[in-house]
Design a protein around this ligand. Structure first.
Ligand SMILES: *Cc1c(COP(=O)(O)O)cnc(C)c1O
Length: 374
């Protein structure tokens, strides 16, 4: 039986977060409603400018969601049928899906055991004559090893797209992710570290030509109304979501700091029998997820559930074993680190608003389980 006095601790408590920012959000929403301007207006432009500045990129382009950010990036790089794109099998499905969506072939490369990101030492053997680009993913808010990845990309003249959907504000060697490769892709799905109240996304780049191309592609390949220079998409960022994101961007650093504090406390107090996120000097973690690893993962999930604590598995099935990618003819055993991780990994609740009391309750529930099942 649950002795949890908090009823239910969700993975991320968006309702609690809203109580802190409700007033400025409602003011902004009212402003947009009164403006009569709902798509491609002043709020969206401001958000593009401020997110680009935040990420330290030259340009930002608001789009409908993170998936479209990836797809538009591939389209802007003219990637399509006959091209190979290297990516990680240990990510959200959209990373691989968009490669297939533009008609290119996803080529998977296994991950590093420590940080769950693409293992740079395994990239070169996956490169073929058809390889055009690499999509790296900064999983859970921890940067991939960009120095080695960029060196390989430069050596083989490959474009680099950063799937930074989980990693706004994450730093690598003092640079923000999303501005290190050719293009950065961000998602503002509600549960992301910077979340809208619906779908939204953004692309960042330092290249003017890519900026112009993606700006057109997201709006039916059009620069001027009813003149279309290419086949694009309808993938714009609504003014209402942009306005909400402007308020939330203002609080982002505070919320990221809170996440890091929760993570520090977890790392300090959780039983050392667990594998915890490693700390690396030049790869700061913004903890979109705080993931542990253990053999009796599924038993711990039930124990947490019985005690009113949510937990989540990101991700239970690596992309190469997804039915949708059956046609690529990968098989079990192809990417052993990703497969092993999928069986052991577990994300614990990590809201910026998670109280000390709740943190301690989660920590003691996990530790008690380990003492009894170690
Ligand atoms: C969330 C996410 C996406 C997709 O973003 P949406 O806004 O949901 O389309 C893509 N890649 C990764 C790694 C994500 O976490």
């Amino acid at each position: 039986m649950s002795n949890n006095t908090f009823n239910q601790i969700p993975m991320v408590d968006l309702k609690e977060e809203l109580t802190l920012i409700r007033t400025p959000i409602l003011e902004m929403v009212t402003e947009v409603l009164n403006s009569g301007e709902y798509i491609l207006g002043e709020k969206g432009e401001k958000l593009e400018k401020l997110v680009a500045e935040y990420v330290e990129a030259s340009y930002g382009i608001g789009v409908a969601n993170g998936t479209d950010a990836l797809q538009l990036s591939l389209m802007a790089l003219d990637i399509g049928p006959g091209d190979d794109v290297i990516t990680t099998p240990f990510t959200f499905f959209a990373t691989g899906e968009t490669i297939a969506q533009v008609g290119a072939q996803p080529i998977f490369v296994d991950i590093e055991e420590a940080n769950y990101n693409m293992d740079p030492s395994k990239i070169e053997e996956a490169i073929t004559q058809n390889t055009k680009a690499i999509i790296i993913v900064h999983l859970n808010g921890k940067s991939a090893n960009m120095k080695e990845i960029m060196a390989i990309a430069n050596k083989y003249n490959l474009r680099v797209i950063e799937d930074a959907c989980q990693a706004i504000g994450t730093e690598y060697d003092g640079s923000r992710v999303g501005a290190i490769g050719d293009i950065g892709c961000f998602s503002f799905f509600p549960s992301k570290n910077l979340g809208a109240f619906g779908d939204a996304g953004l692309v960042t780049t330092n290249h003017k030509a890519l900026y112009e191309k993606i700006s057109q592609l997201r709006n039916h390949g059009s620069e001027k109304k009813y003149q279309h220079s290419s086949i694009g998409m309808n993938s714009r960022l609504d003014e209402l979501q942009a306005a909400i994101l402007l308020v939330k961007l203002y609080y982002l650093d505070i919320f990221l700091h809170k996440r890091k504090e929760v993570a520090r406390r977890y790392t300090e107090k959780l039983n050392n029998l667990l594998k915890k996120p490693p700390i690396s000097e030049n790869r700061e973690h913004t903890f979109h997820q705080y993931c542990i690893e253990l053999d009796k993962r599924d038993e711990l999930v039930s124990e947490l559930k019985n005690n009113g604590i949510a937990s989540a598995i990101y991700y239970p099935i690596p992309l190469h074993l997804q039915q949708a990618f059956h046609y690529l003819h990968y098989k079990k055993g192809d990417f052993p680190i990703a497969e092993k991780t999928a069986e052991k990994i577990l994300a614990l609740p990590i809201s910026p608003t998670l109280s000390f009391q709740k943190q301690d309750y989660i920590i003691s529930t996990v530790n008690k389980f380990l003492e009894n099942n170690g």
